[in-house]
Design a protein around this ligand. Structure first.
Ligand code: 5GP
Length: 194
């Protein structure tokens, strides 16, 4: 399981869709109580639902994780993820930090990737130098970036999304390397047991 989180504007959605389309990862589609935005489709972007149905799903343990984010509930349907993993597929979840930490606790084998827009990287450079930007803009970005810094430490990898193809290639390389960890190579190792 690969979890992708990151601040808005990091291009998470595009990267995750590309991991699905170009690399064959299975993208989990979340359930949410938020109203659809223009252009969003039920079953493609989200499963849009009511708070009542969401609550029932949660109570019936149908959700792998869930979170309240800016007044709306979001959750990952458990069944799809479990089915895909059983088939040996890589499942990619695009979720916020609280949910990502729940997944890591329940499934320590999950790989957590924090995606950053290059502008935040540039911003951190400006932390060290003297900023010459509009003070309000810098303050807002700085606040947001600083809030996220401690949370990034709970992640396994940090990927800067300067170009979608670059970020996708990096995440694919992370997954390839993670698959070579001896504890994940139990099948290969069975040939060498006495
Ligand atoms: P948006 O409303 O902009 O689509 O999403 C808001 C936030 O919720 C984003 O950070 C997105 O990654 C996160 N999110 C989407 N689906 C899920 C989910 O199933 N679980 C959790 N915990 N967060 C989600």
């Amino acid at each position: 399981m690969v979890i992708i989180s990151g601040p808005s504007g990091s291009g998470k959605g595009t990267v995750v869709k590309e991991l699905d389309a170009a690399k064959g990862y299975s993208r989990s589609i979340s359930v949410t109580t938020r109203t659809p935005r223009i252009g969003e489709a039920h079953g493609r972007d989200y499963f849009f639902t009511t708070p009542e149905i969401f609550t029932r799903m949660r109570e019936e343990n149908q959700l792998l994780e869930h979170a309240l984010y800016v007044g709306n509930f979001y959750g990952t349907p458990r069944r799809y993820v479990e089915e895909q993993i059983q088939q040996g597929r890589i499942v990619v979840l695009e979720i916020e930090v609280q949910g990502a930490l729940q997944v890591k606790e329940k499934f320590p084998e999950a790989v957590l990737v924090f995606l950053m827009p290059p502008t935040l990287g540039e911003l951190s450079n400006r932390l060290n130098k003297r900023a010459t930007e509009d003070a309000v803009t810098i303050d807002a970005r700085l606040k947001r970036a600083l809030e996220e810094v401690p949370l990034i430490n709970a992640y396994d990898y940090l990927v800067i999304n300067d170009k979608v193809e670059g970020a996708v290639a990096k995440i694919d390389a992370i997954v390839a390397a993670e698959r070579l960890r001896p504890r994940r190579c139990t099948e290969e190792l069975t040939h060498f047991t006495a």
